[in-house]
Write a protein that binds this ligand. Structure first.
Ligand code: PLP
Length: 391
């Protein structure tokens, strides 16, 4: 039978991630014994801390291996509620929180709950690769709002106004951003929120890189600005990035009661609870003092500073210094290569893997991740510099 007749319509236009293709190629070369420097990583390089692993082992040994309440165990939701209050000035009661299988799952739940067929979803671009595909699966229409290096890759109110139409249902805001590292400040968020309130646009605020923020920049949750924007916002976070727990699959969201009730129903009848064992691990992770998170942040600040200082010397590249996350989005226009060719050649000829910007909405960029140790960063940037100077 022809594939078109088997696969549901809503999945026909979904693109497989080209990012995966280049990372798979890098992995294969590594397995063959090649000394690849990995600048492609989308997760912190350090191991999940031992005290978190131990909590999971204890959960297994004590038989905490059965179904839990679908939206998460009460003690975890209580802790998340406290975290939102303490770190983000957000009042979400435990009943306003749903714990899911990663922040990606939380975003998907939120989209599936809010989008009706043909609803438009605004996505500032460059953007994380999964947003538009998720919107399409939910039968919505992704509309990109282009941004540029001149604007530090941030949307402004004028642009936003231009893109809001009759069918606009929501805006996905990602600060700190993957791939650009931009961080929205208070004034910018105030402007965006006032327009969203005026036009009744919902906001999905993806804050998973909250802990990776540099210099004196500050992470601000848009929903904390006032009651009106709070009523329209779903705030997304998780433990994947901050605690290097990407494989444990725990993300969470907070939002207005009616939306949370709908998301809970969705989760009841789809995945049910996220893994019981991972929930216990997340409970311990989130109850740590800030010392652990501060150390991680300081390490990433050093890496960013070093990488920035080295990249500045490479004339054929230009970039905006990232204020958050762990990526530098480099403009490669002067090399006259498209991003896929650049990434493939860099991998084959200099054994450094990066992600082509095309996946993120710009074929003139590549994404360099500094979620790798400083020795690897030195080695990788030496190779990149030498290779690019020979182009
Ligand atoms: N949001 C952004 C912007 C991301 O970059 C990622 C992961 O790369 C996620 C969400 C997903 O996080 P999680 O591993 O918790 O599903």
């Amino acid at each position: 039978m022809r594939i078109e007749r088997i696969i549901a319509q809503r999945l026909k236009d979904i693109n497989p991630s080209p990012t995966l293709a280049i990372t798979a190629k890098a992995k294969k070369l590594k397995q063959e014994g090649k000394d690849i420097v990995n600048f492609a990583g989308g997760e912190p390089d350090f191991d999940t801390p031992l005290f978190i692993k131990q909590a999971a082992i204890e959960a297994i040994n004590s038989g905490f291996t059965k179904y839990t309440p679908s939206t998460g165990i009460p003690e975890l939701k209580k802790l998340i509620s406290e975290k939102f209050k303490k770190d983000n000035s957000l009042d979400y009661s435990p009943e306003q929180i749903v714990v899911s299988c990663g922040a990606k799952h939380s975003i998907f739940n939120a989209l599936l709950t809010l989008i009706n067929p043909q609803d438009e979803v605004l996505i500032p671009s460059p953007h994380w690769v999964s947003y538009q595909e998720m919107v399409k699966i939910c039968e919505g229409i992704p509309r990109f709002i282009p941004t540029s290096a001149e604007d530090n890759f941030k949307i402004n109110i004028k642009q936003l106004e231009r893109y809001i139409g009759k069918k606009t249902k929501l805006l996905i805001l990602n600060s700190p951003s993957n791939p650009t590292g931009c961080v929205y400040n208070l004034d910018e968020l105030k402007e965006i929120s006032s327009l969203c309130v005026e036009k009744k646009i919902f906001v999905i605020s993806d804050e998973v890189y909250e802990n990776f923020i540099y210099d004196n920049h500050k992470h601000i949750s848009i929903a904390s600005l006032n009651q009106d924007i709070y009523n329209l916002t779903i705030t997304i976070n998780g433990v994947s990035k901050s605690f290097s727990m990407t494989g444990w699959r725990i993300g969470y969201l907070g939002g207005p009661v009616e939306i949370i009730e709908a998301i809970s129903k969705l989760q009841d009848h789809s995945t049910s609870n996220p893994t019981s064992i991972s929930q216990k691990a997340a409970l311990i992770a989130l109850s740590t003092n800030n010392k652990f998170l501060i150390e991680i942040k300081e390490e990433f600040q050093k890496r960013r500073d070093y990488l920035v200082s080295r990249l500045k010397r490479i004339k054929k590249l230009s970039f905006v210094i990232p204020e958050g996350a762990f990526y530098i989005f480099c403009d490669i226009t002067k090399t006259e290569l498209d991003s896929l060719t650049f990434a493939n050649r860099l991998l084959e000829e200099a054994m450094v893997s990066v992600i082509p910007g095309k996946d993120f909405g710009s074929d003139n960029h590549i994404r360099i991740s500094f979620a790798t140790d400083i020795e690897q960063i030195k080695k990788g940037i030496d190779r990149l510099e030498e290779w690019i100077n020979k182009l």
